[in-house]
Design a protein around this ligand. Structure first.
Ligand code: NAD
Length: 326
């Protein structure tokens, strides 16, 4: 039986493929390479290049593979871009999910583990953010992911399909041998931007605001290590296979780090000065976004193993060995 990884050539998906293979799962990948990299998927993993919105293409993959479960990573995920091009986001994210769910029903595939996001919560009134926190997205990206969660919920109520939605906060890190890692064309994430600065690819890093209501005045965010994140996906898949009911979980380290703490840790790990400057606050940035992952611990038996230093150490291995990406 095969785990089909949709979006398996992307940052998170490629790490899922690597860990599934390491753990002995049979894996196949679908990706249209819009933001992914063919090189991120091992040559001996079956790879189908195509778009999940193309039903006849996807059905041909389901025809060939004996699929026991799906991991879904294939989405657009840039908040700023989603504000400029909302329909492109609804088309790919929501339209893609619809075709995937239809094809699963057609072929009797029962389980899907889905990448959702902290962006479905918008700006919550309280932190840490639990599964009971109201979801009020403030951008089309977060809205599209919330719609996808709801599509899965209704479909699971109407059929025998079950799903787990994992809402992650900031994913970071890389495989510990540095062979795969984060290579986004338009990098918007703090840790790779800091490491690009350490490599001299950027002059300095701008920290946006030091007058937030936090101990050092800079925003606090929750970083989850890639290995911990994929471990949660595999636990979620096994939970569904064992008959677990559809559910949603917030995934983070339940411990935030301020922007300055991230920068200081990167300076320590890399041994580089990493020049920085303080900029203005960005509109809509809350003081603190931290996940309460208690429920994932209780139901999935998931526990964070790695701290920020581990995350940055692995990310640094990747950036040093692949300064230009793939
Ligand atoms: P990514 O862009 O690196 O990966 C997405 C992959 O999906 C790419 O390989 C892309 O080519 C593929 N894809 C996109 N649309 C497709 C389509 N229609 N058909 C086939 N393939 C398609 O992004 P990522 O950072 O790896 O994120 C993966 C998932 O995790 C996304 O759904 C994202 O919303 C979610 N997520 C990521 C983060 C993070 O910090 N990176 C945080 C929260 C949630």
């Amino acid at each position: 039986m095969t785990v089909l990884v949709l979006g398996g050539a992307g940052y998170v998906g490629s790490h899922a493929v690597a860990m599934l293979v390491e753990k002995g799962y049979d894996v196949a990948v679908v990706d249209n390479l819009v933001t992914g990299h063919r090189e991120a998927v091992p040559a001996d993993v079956r790879f189908y290049e195509g778009d999940v919105r193309d039903h006849s293409f996807l059905a041909s993959v389901f025809e060939k593979e004996n699929i026991e479960g799906i991991m879904h990573f294939c989405a657009y995920s840039l908040v700023g871009e989603s504000m400029q091009k909302p329909l492109m986001y609804f088309n790919n994210n929501v339209g893609g999910a619809q075709v995937i769910l239809e094809t699963m029903q057609e072929f009797g595939v029962k389980h899907i583990v889905f990448s959702s996001t902290a962006a479905t919560f918008g700006i919550p009134e309280h932190s840490p953010i639990s599964e009971k926190t109201p979801q009020k997205p403030i951008n089309p990206y977060g809205e599209s992911k919330l719609i996808m969660e709801k599509m899965m919920k209704w479909q699971s109520e109407a059929t025998d399909m079950t799903y787990v939605a994992l809402r992650y906060f900031n994913v970071a890190g890389a495989k510990d041998d540095g062979t795969i890692g984060e290579a986004h064309k338009n990098e918007t994430h703090l840790i790779p931007i800091i490491l690009q600065t350490a490599l001299g690819q950027r002059e300095f890093i701008t920290i946006y605001g030091d007058d937030y209501n936090t101990p050092d005045g800079t925003c606090i965010r929750d970083y989850i290590d890639m290995e911990d994140l994929i471990d949660a996906h595999i636990k979620a898949l096994e939970y569904l296979k064992a008959g677990g009911k559809s559910d949603q979980f917030n995934l983070g380290s339940s411990k935030g780090y301020s922007n300055l703490e991230v920068l200081e840790t990167a300076r320590k790990v890399t041994g580089h000065a990493i020049p920085s400057q303080m900029g203005e606050r960005r509109p809509g940035d809350p003081d603190e976004l931290v996940a309460d992952s208690t429920k994932a611990g209780e139901i999935l038996g998931w526990k964070v193993q790695h701290d920020l230093e581990h995350i940055i150490t692995n990310a640094w291995k990747w950036h040093q060995s692949h300064p230009k990406g793939y």
